[in-house]
Design a protein around this ligand. Structure first.
Ligand code: ZN
Length: 186
C-alpha cells in the first residue's frame, strides 16, 4: 500500500479530489489502521480549530500597522539620504584632494599659486574655446588639450549627478505606489 501518497491526499481539501481519488482514499482508509488513525486525528484537529472563537483584530490594528509602515518608510528614506550625502561628500573630497595633490608643489609659494591659478584660468579658457571650435573632432584629441584638473572636476560632478539621479528615481517610484498596494491588501 502507498501510505505516503494516501496520507498526502488526506491533507488535501476533500472537494479538490477527483471521484477516483476519493474512492481510493476511502478504500485504503477502511483497510489501513495507520491511515485511519491519521484521518481521525486530522478530523479531531479540524473540529477543535472550528470550536475556537474567532478573534477579531483590535479596532486600531490597521491604523497602527499603517503608522509603523510609515515610520519604516521614513527611516529608509533618511538612511538613503545619509548615504547619498556621504557619497557626495566623498566624491567632492576626492575631487578636491586630487586637485590639491596636482597643485601641491606650488602651494608653498603664494605668488606661484596665483600664477598657477592664472595659468589654469587661461588654460581653461583656451581649452573651452578649442572645445567649442573643434566640437566635431574626436574625443582622443580633446584629452590632450584639456588640463587634468578639468577631468578631475568633471569626474566629481558626474559622480554626484549620478547619485542624485538614482535617488530622485527611487523616491519617484517608491513611496506612494507601494503604500496603495499595501492598503489594498489590508
Ligand atoms: Zn495506509
Amino acid at each position: 500500500m502507498d501510505h505516503p501518497y494516501i496520507q498526502e491526499r488526506l491533507l488535501d481539501i476533500p472537494a479538490t479530489l477527483t471521484p477516483q481519488e476519493s474512492a481510493l482514499l476511502a478504500a485504503h482508509v477502511a483497510a489501513c489502521p495507520e491511515c485511519r488513525a491519521l484521518k481521525e486525528n486530522l478530523q479531531n484537529l479540524e473540529r477543535a480549530l472550528q470550536a475556537q472563537p474567532m478573534l477579531a483584530p483590535s479596532a486600531d490594528f490597521a491604523q497602527r500597522w499603517q503608522q509603523r509602515w510609515n515610520l519604516e518608510r521614513q527611516r529608509a528614506f533618511r538612511r538613503q539620504l545619509l548615504v547619498t550625502f556621504i557619497v557626495c561628500l566623498g566624491a567632492a573630497g576626492l575631487s578636491l584632494g586630487l586637485l590639491l595633490a596636482s597643485l601641491w608643489p606650488y602651494l608653498r609659494s603664494l605668488e606661484l599659486l596665483l600664477g598657477i591659478a592664472l595659468y589654469q584660468a587661461i588654460a581653461w579658457g583656451l581649452a573651452l574655446l578649442r572645445g567649442l571650435n573643434l566640437a566635431g573632432v574626436a574625443l582622443g584629441n580633446l584629452i590632450q588639450w584639456l588640463p587634468p584638473s578639468f577631468w578631475v572636476l568633471s569626474m566629481g560632478i558626474l559622480c554626484q549627478l549620478a547619485v542624485l539621479w538614482v535617488v530622485w528615481l527611487r523616491t519617484l517610484i517608491n513611496p506612494s505606489q507601494n503604500r496603495q498596494r499595501r492598503l489594498v491588501i489590508l
